[in-house]
Design a protein around this ligand. Sequence first.
Ligand code: IMP
Ligand code: MG
Length: 185
Amino acid sequence: MNTLPDSIESVLLDEATIATRVQSLADTISTDYTGVRNEDLLLIGVLKGSFIFMADLSRRLTVPHRVDFIALSSYADTAEASGSVRMIMDTRADVSRRHVLIVEDILDTGYTLSYLQRIFGARQPASLRTCVLLSKPERRIVHVPVDYVGFEIPDVWVVGYGLDFADRFRTLPYIAALKPAAYQK
Ligand code: IMP
Ligand code: MG
């Protein structure tokens, strides 16, 4: 019998469901960027939450590309969005004249992606698109255009497949809802 960790309420998306969806996102993205010149496509992953999604997605792309990462300030171990986003590590690569694809774990209020689209949009990329594994439409405060969405999920705190609560649960192979008692003080 498979027992779930204590703070896990239920599994929302199992390993096979995630893998199938990531493959289809990769297929779509590969088609959309066909013909882009060698190494002109740059995937920018937002640490830490996107690291597993980024690894799986990038390995399934059939178009040549490079990967880079940025890090942002987080919610400081609470489940509340603050609306203030700060870059604590920038890309190494110069994004100008590159086709930039931002890869993020989850679109929640929209503050993070609207900040990133503003920052990278100002750096003269050849194009700028956004890919998120998860989206919680009910939580949106700022409207953000997103080009690729893996799954829309309800307004629950999820962990696993890179996503955390207070830096825990990232390496679970599935995406699961956390018991409210685990994040409500
Ligand atoms: P936004 O700026 O509110 O859209 O928040 C996006 C960021 O909040 C994501 O990159 C995650 O780091 C974090 N986040 C939002 N909801 C969840 C969740 O359910 N689990 C884990 N992290 C989350
Ligand atoms: Mg994140």
